[in-house]
Design a protein around this ligand. Sequence first.
Ligand SMILES: [Zn+2]
Length: 90
Amino acid sequence: MVNNCANSRCGKPLHYLREGRIFIFDVSAGPSEPGAKRLRHLEHYWLCGGCSETMTMEQDDRAVIRVIPKLARILEPGEVAPVAASMRAF
Ligand SMILES: [Zn+2]
């Protein structure tokens, strides 16, 4: 259950699901013992409205989930810069 904004510097309590953004990560991947059962496990995170405007969440290649600034995202070749893309959405 998500109770607070995933941004540790914010920590705003979750009251309205319609505000902000929910992130769901599959954390079942990763090192597992040979022969061990791999259980599917999903983690839910929430960024409040203010934080989700400037931040997003990602799971890196070591399955570490972190809050990152939107602008830190690596652009694909030919992709529109995130600032321009988000301005178009409004
Ligand atoms: Zn927040």
